[in-house]
Design a protein around this ligand. Structure first.
Ligand SMILES: NCCCC[C@H](NC(=O)CCCN)C(=O)O
Length: 415
């Protein structure tokens, strides 16, 4: 075994020990966020808790309200000049869901990011030969909405970061789960009110338009690719049964496996929106969210290193092809992976509950989740050490990142 390999083992052990030594503070941080669920862009308490956490940990430079009201940045770097310093990013999410709180476990995402960063810093602080590194923690709000990471990308918050890590609670350990491109769209129909019984023929029924729109999209599914998704709600359907609705509103998510396919689905969906207006005589407004979520650009080398580290800690990565191929959601982390190579694995939290259910909310706040959460943080920090102490590994990551980006560009440009 080479000296470097021995050093790597020692530093990885130090990461694990330092995270275990910090577990009480980390659990309290996670519990404080879990017990005060806040919606997208309203995560003021969570922001303050995380800012206080890093402020009280020595050595961090903390920027509160970083480019967004509820985003933050905490940075630590080893001495020496910036030349050759690798900047390793860890992301914290902390927004909850309406009505069901932290049913996606974002309190645990915040804890994983904080734990991995603290662990990596502790390991490197004591390293004999300096490892030139900057550790950057970014608090990225509103993943469940239009994507705070995308706003932060636009604001340049990821400039200078060489590789980025986070992890997402799930019902199983997985180095990757399908993460698809997604765009929110709001459809608004405008009609004309009248008395629904006395003279309905004088009205223009916006609820009819909404129902037709819903049904148009429902039949569109027969002609959609099986891995595309269209799903939504009628947010406003009318005021009273005897008033012909003159305003209705629907919100839909349109999803395709790659960002290149999304325009094709959008065109088909818009025909459904607009034909419902034609059929009823309504006017229609179609409003897309300011941010489109991209699919995740995968870097297999990062997944390989993470899986190797996770397995040494006992992680049991799923091999269920059905899960690995079909169970997909979306995340604004996808947009980040087109700017910075990154990894967004999933981790079991001690429950078979499904994300976005009240049962998962309970599981995300259960102390049982702590072991799995800290284990994942250790695996992320250990993977960062692999890159820091093995330049050839980082070169493989960058080479692969360049290749997959080029392939995506060709697909997006229909080449
Ligand atoms: N603009 C809406 C974004 C919804 C994101 C949400 N994300 C998750 O549930 C996390 C999935 C991680 N793979 C979604 O509905 O997919």
């Amino acid at each position: 075994m080479t000296d470097n390999e021995e050093r790597l083992i020692e530093l990885k052990d130090r990461v694990c020990r330092s995270i275990d030594e910090t577990r009480e503070k980390l659990h309290r941080l996670s519990q404080d966020i879990w017990s005060c669920p806040e919606l997208a862009y309203q995560e003021t308490e969570a922001h303050d808790r995380l800012v206080a956490f890093f402020t009280h940990e020595h050595g961090w430079t903390v920027d509160s309200h970083f480019k967004l009201e509820t985003a933050f940045r905490a940075t630590w770097r080893t001495g020496g000049d910036s030349e050759g310093t690798m900047n390793v990013g860890f992301l914290c999410e902390y927004d909850a869901l309406p009505g069901i709180g932290h049913a996606c476990g974002h309190n645990l995402i915040a804890e994983v990011g904080a734990a991995a960063a603290v662990g990596l810093k502790a390991a490197l602080e004591g390293a004999q030969e300096g490892v030139p590194v900057q550790v950057t923690v970014l608090g990225t709000p509103a993943e469940e909405d239009v994507g705070g990471k995308i706003d932060l990308l636009k604001e340049g918050a990821f400039k200078g970061i060489d590789v980025v890590f986070m992890a997402h609670p799930s019902k199983e350990d997985a180095t990757y789960l399908p993460c698809v491109a997604e765009h929110d769209v709001t459809i608004k129909y405008h009609g004309k009110t009248t008395h629904a019984s006395s003279y309905p023929w004088r009205g223009v029924n916006a609820l009819d338009a909404a129902v037709l729109c819903y049904n148009n999209l429902s039949v569109l599914r027969q002609q959609m690719r099986p891995d595309w998704r269209v799903h939504g709600i009628i947010k406003h359907g009318g005021l009273k049964p005897n008033i012909i609705p003159d305003y209705t509103e629907l919100e839909y998510y349109l999803r395709t496996p790659t960002r290149a396919e999304l325009p094709v689905l959008k065109e088909k969906a818009e025909r459904c929106f607009r034909s419902a207006a034609v059929a009823t005589g309504c006017t229609v407004e179609v409003e897309y969210a300011r941010n489109q979520l991209d699919n995740i650009l995968r870097v297999a080398e990062l997944e390989r290193l993470f899986e190797r580290n996770g397995k040494t800690l006992g992680m049991d990565f799923t091999t269920d092809e059905d899960v690995l191929r079909n169970e997909s959601g979306s995340t604004d982390f996808g947009n980040v992976t087109f700017a910075v190579p990154g990894i967004h694995p999933y981790f079991y939290i001690g429950s078979n509950a499904l994300n976005h259910t009240p049962e998962y909310t309970v599981a995300a706040g259960d102390e049982k989740a702590q072991f799995f959460t800290l284990r994942t943080a250790k695996a992320l920090a250990m993977t960062a050490l692999d890159l820091l102490l093995q330049p050839e590994a980082m070169q493989r990551v960058m080479q692969e990142f360049t290749e997959v980006k080029l392939k995506d560009d060709k697909m997006s440009n229909g080449v």
